[in-house]
Each structure stands twice: as structure tokens, then as C-alpha cells.
Write a protein that binds this ligand. Sequence first.
Ligand code: SAM
Length: 245
Amino acid sequence: MRIDIATLFPEMCETVLSESIIGRARRKGILQFFCHNIRDYTLDKHRRVDDAPYGGGMGMVMQADPIYRCFEDVREKLGKRPHVIYLSPQGKSLTQAKAVELSKMDGLMLICGHYEGVDERVIEEIVDEEISIGDYVLTGGELPALVLADTVCRLIPGVLSDEESFTEESHYAGLLEYPQYTRPPVWHDREVPSVLFTGHHANIRKWRREQQIVRTLHKRPDMLKDAPLDKEDRKFLRLLQQKEE
Ligand code: SAM
């Protein structure tokens, strides 16, 4: 997977993308990131990339041309048009399903806005989709781009080791994950559930599945209507709901 990021703060992106699991996969060559400084694409002698909004109002707007020239450079280097995402609070919400969809693409180009945002014309010209990381506004698109890159990249084969598998994680299969415990067996008088010490894999699997349903019911009941529950799961859920009524 190759991700090109168009940003005013390439070092900010580089730092995050060089660390931890993503950094390890990058060093192995499984992931490639190119952080492009949008200022390198301006023709302005002062390297200006923004200007006042037409029609008046507060703040500055990022100009279309440097972003477009950055896109052209990436397209030329790739030898094809990249799938372009503009990180924006006006976009569709980033979900696990969207991350799975994006992880199947060869590559992505992420555009990070700043100030009041980006001249609308470059969005119309090159952007395939706008994605938001939530209904709140940040100062720039770098953190959203890094959030998106992280969640997409950890789904790429080889990025997580076997022990770090994501298929049972929250949201992957429509439920939240079961609770996790590690040493010591007792901490502040709180014991690890005894089934986890039995070594009985079928019982542990069953307990974990039930815990997924319990957690989802308590923390995110809205998810249950679309959750892929089988007959056993549904029976367990009904009993749980009756008990809690
Ligand atoms: N004036 C814009 C509006 O009201 O839609 C907000 C601009 S915001 C201050 C600056 C940049 O941060 C945006 O261009 C976008 O790239 C990024 N950004 C802010 N909040 C975001 C969010 N929730 N999701 C994705 N990107 C966001």
C-alpha cells in the first residue's frame, strides 16, 4: 500500500508514520508513505499557499493551484491517477467498513486542509471522496489523515503480526471486542475470569462471544440491529435482555 499525503506539515506526518507498528511495516517495505509539502508546489516567491476568501469573512483559504500541482506530481510518479481523499469535517464519517474498503486499493492520496479549508474548485477537480473523522472541527487535516492511514494500514496483510490480528476486534465483525486481561491474575482484589485459565478453547471462545454481545448491548446497543448474530447469539441476547428488564 502506498499513501501520498499532501500537507503543510510533512514532518508532523513523517514522525507519526515512522513509529510503532506502522513504522515497522514501513521499514519492512509493506507500506510506503510520501509526505509532500504543499508549499513546494506554489509558484509564489514567498511560498504562499493561502489567500483571503472571496466575498469576505474570517481566516484564509488554501489556494487550489499548489494542491493541484502536488496531485499532478503524484499522478506522474505513480503513472496513474491516485484515489484522492480530502479530509474534511463535511465528509462521510470514517468507519471500519470504509477502512476495509480503502485497504483493498493500491494506493491513496490524502489532502490535508488548514485554515478555513481549501478552494472548492480543486475539490471538484480532483477529489474522489471527502472523509471526516467525526463531527467536530480540528485545526488541520493532518491528524485526520494520520488516523485514516493508521486504521487502513493495519488491515494490510503483514502489517500486524499474527498475535495482533484484527478480526475479533471491535467493529470488525459488527460487535465490540470481549474484555482482555493479562498478568497478574489478581489486581486490586479484581480477579481474571476463571474460564480464561481452563485452557478449554471451546469454552473460552463461547465466553468471549457472549462477552462481545454483553459489551455491545451495554456500550453500543445501536450496533446490535446490524450485528451478524447467529441463532445461539440471538438466544443469548434474548436471555440477557430478559434478565436486565
Ligand atoms: N471551515 C471548514 C468547515 O467549516 O467545514 C473547516 C476547516 S478546518 C478548521 C481546517 C481543516 O482541518 C479542514 O480543511 C480539514 O482538512 C481538517 N479537518 C478539520 N476537522 C476535520 C474532521 N472532523 N475530519 C476530517 N478533517 C478535518
